[in-house]
Design a protein around this ligand. Structure first.
Ligand SMILES: [Zn+2]
Length: 89
């Protein structure tokens, strides 16, 4: 079990977006964006890519700021995965 800040949520059961049991991750501030992955770290990287794309297309400064915060949380999550020696690639 990964201990992380409670803003990055890992689900290992059926999720709202995909159904069926698998590892899936989302950010508390963007519950509509779920990313599946073989490991929590791989799912987090996918979600990070998604947020970086969203950041490119976000025009509203307050929206950009909340995406940037979510990206920072995901980087912190990935660093925790590294410290737990979980493969990230
Ligand atoms: Zn899912």
């Amino acid at each position: 079990m990964i201990s992380t800040q409670n803003r990055v949520i890992v689900s290992e059961g059926p999720c709202e977006a995909h159904g069926g049991a698998h590892i899936c991750i989302y950010h508390r501030d963007f519950p509509e964006n779920w990313s599946p992955g073989e490991t929590p770290a791989m799912a987090a990287r996918q979600l990070l890519n998604l947020f970086e794309k969203n950041l490119d297309s976000a025009g509203d400064p307050s929206h950009r700021q909340s995406i940037e915060l979510a990206i920072a949380d995901l980087w912190a999550f990935l660093r925790e995965c590294d410290q737990n020696h979980e493969p990230t690639a």
